[in-house]
Design a binder for this molecule. Structure first.
Ligand code: SAM
Ligand code: SF4
Length: 473
């Protein structure tokens, strides 16, 4: 046991549940087309897959089997999420960091990086810029540093919620930050955070040790692995997990993510709200070892297999990926994307159109504006959503799953997606995007059976046209 784990209290499920020998053994399983079909049938019935079943999908490499997996993922995505895509933006608060993660430009040994922590006024300017574009959901991102303790994060969250301009407001603030102790999670929860995201980066112990020096806080594998379980115990039951793809064998990371999700489900009765699968990007002074970089084709497989393995877990594809690939994987089960993102400190008002390498964590692959991204989604038949209603009505964790599993989600989410889309179209969209959005809303309404639910939605859309805002079910 390491020093940190002795000093701090782990969760009651706080053991290292990543059994590498078992996972590597599973990755040796031979491809079996019959088994793949059976497993696909199970996920189409919306039942989460066991790790062994996920491994069988990973073993399928014949083009026709891969096609079957893609087709099933597309279908499952439609069945569970409809055509909604939730949109958010990251807001980097500070890039001070005491860790030395080899892949990250914020690592402490990177002397070229310009260090900065946004003050209240800086945050206000960034949030006003984001609100001015139409954003309603943010994720605040922090380096790991004593200055960025739970109290500081909670203050930032409260500050962001308090910033309003005209019709602009942020209705949900998520966090991506270092793991906390139970007390820390309770502190940020009290500020009304949405999801607390922690990526394990790599679940492979030796690789973890290699890229996270042991004399750093992040060097403690178990403290991090246990991070979201502690969050759940402190009533932050809405958590996100993820792996940084490109550090180790992507198939091992997929099995580990599924293991992690099942571990949370077993011990807390609810899995993670989201899984993220960022791929390594070029970053200031970072030498990318190419051994495990994930190709676009494998990336598509990993998204589709995660979709099938965890039918009710949101999948997040970030702007690290280039536009065309994001467009493709959207169909395989992605449910959330960021748009109009900047990862430089102060990037929403200060950076202009170019990325500024000295002030950012890594290079983005997609720097299109929110409006352009919205338009493409609409033209492709998606309904971009800024909905925050589940979180605001307390439909999270176990309770959220009750709604999600019997399929109520479409009855709640689609109407809420359409009303938040309507707000966006009226308040922020360019004329072209507005036209595409109005058409999309009409099509969606046309799909609804006549009845009270449809009438309610039509009424709400009219009220929004007449100036009301924030109407949700
Ligand atoms: N400092 C906290 C931590 O490490 O958990 C907060 C988040 S960090 C600023 C956000 C995430 O960015 C990391 O968890 C990592 O997965 C990802 N990241 C770091 N360097 C990256 C790179 N070069 N390319 C892509 N993603 C990267
Ligand atoms: Fe710091 Fe997070 Fe970057 Fe690691 S990934 S150097 S902890 S900001």
């Amino acid at each position: 046991m390491t020093l940190l784990s002795e000093k701090y209290r782990l969760s009651r499920s706080g053991v290292d549940f990543i059994d590498e020998a078992q996972l590597h053994g599973l990755l040796e399983s031979p491809a079996d087309a019959g088994k793949v079909r059976e497993i696909i049938a199970k996920s189409m019935a919306k039942r989460p897959l066991a790790v062994e079943e996920t491994a069988a999908l990973l073993a399928a490499t014949a083009p026709e089997q891969i096609e079957e997996i893609f087709a099933a993922a597309r279908q499952l995505k439609r069945d569970v999420y409809g055509n909604r895509i939730v949109l958010f933006a990251p807001l980097y608060i500070g890039n001070e960091c005491t860790n030395d993660c080899h892949y990250c430009a914020f690592r402490r040994s990177n002397r070229e990086q310009i260090r900065r922590t946004l003050d209240e006024e800086d945050i206000r300017r960034q949030v006003l810029a984001l609100e001015g574009k139409g954003h309603k959901r943010l994720i605040l991102v922090f380096g790991e540093h004593p200055d960025y303790d739970a109290r500081f994060m909670a203050e930032c969250v409260r500050h962001v919620y308090s910033i309003h301009s005209g019709r602009g407001e942020i209705r949900r603030v998520n966090l991506n930050a270092a793991p906390l102790d139970h007390e820390g999670y309770a502190t940020v929860k009290a500020a009304n955070i949405g999801t607390y995201q922690i990526f394990q980066e790599t679940y492979h112990h030796e690789t973890y040790r290699k890229v996270h020096p042991p004399n750093t806080r992040k060097g403690d594998y178990l403290w991090r692995l246990d991070g979201v379980a502690r969050a759940m115990e402190a009533e932050c039951d809405d958590v996100g997990i993820g792996a940084l793809f490109g550090l180790y064998d992507w198939r091992f990371e997929v099995l580990s993510l599924v293991t992690h999700a099942l571990h949370l489900q077993k011990h807390y009765g609810v899995g993670p709200h989201t899984i993220s699968f960022p791929r390594l990007r070029p970053a200031q002074g970072v030498h990318l070892d190419e051994t495990y970089l994930v190709s676009d084709d494998d990336f598509k497989r990993l998204v589709a297999i995660l979709r099938l393995s965890a039918p009710y877990t949101g999948l997040i594809c970030t702007a690290r990926e280039p536009p065309q690939l994001r467009r493709e994987v959207m169909a395989f089960g992605v449910s959330q994307i960021d748009a109009g993102s900047r990862v430089e400190l102060g990037g929403y008002t200060e950076a202009g159109d170019a990325q500024v390498v000295e002030r950012e964590q890594f290079e983005l692959g997609d720097i299109r504006s929110l409006d352009e991204t919205m338009r493409e989604l609409l033209v492709d038949g998606y309904i971009p959503s800024f909905c925050t209603s589940c979180y605001r009505l307390g439909r999270t964790g176990e309770q959220f799953m009750e709604f999600a599993i019997p399929g109520f989600i479409q009855n709640l989410c689609t109407p809420n997606a359409l009303t938040t889309l309507m707000e966006y179209l009226i308040d922020y969209a360019s004329p072209e995007t507005r036209a595409a959005g109005e058409r999309a809303i009409e099509i969606e309404i046309g799909k609804l059976p006549d009845g009270a639910r449809k009438q309610q939605l039509l009424d709400r859309l009219n009220r929004i046209r007449n100036g009301e805002r924030d109407l949700y079910v």
